[in-house]
Design a protein around this ligand. Structure first.
Ligand code: ZN
Length: 96
């Protein structure tokens, strides 16, 4: 089991006109990627899904996936425009 501390154990965040102090507490979770049990000091918020190592890997994978998805969207868009052009061309003679 690996313990990762996130900076100081306390931080103050602005909250409306006042401010409140958040207390970091250890959160134990199971990495959704490698299944390793991790305990890390967290401020209140969502429980992490991946251990530190897998998060780094996921970040790289996500960036790759984003680029692939963007390429795929462009490809589909070009295909649709091409098809719409062809369909319009095919309809034209019938109008006259
Ligand atoms: Zn992991």
């Amino acid at each position: 089991m690996k313990v990762e501390a996130e900076g100081q154990a306390q931080k103050t965040i602005p909250y409306g006109a006042a401010s409140r102090t958040l207390q970091a507490r250890p959160v134990t979770y199971i990495c959704a990627r490698c299944g390793q049990v991790e305990t890390t000091e967290r401020y209140p918020g969502p429980t992490p899904r991946y251990c530190g190592e897998c998060k780094t890997i996921r970040d790289v994978e996500d960036a790759d996936a984003d680029r692939r998805a963007a390429r795929e969207r462009m490809r589909r868009l070009r295909q649709r425009r091409k098809r719409e052009d062809e369909e319009r061309d095919a309809r034209l003679p019938a109008l006259f």
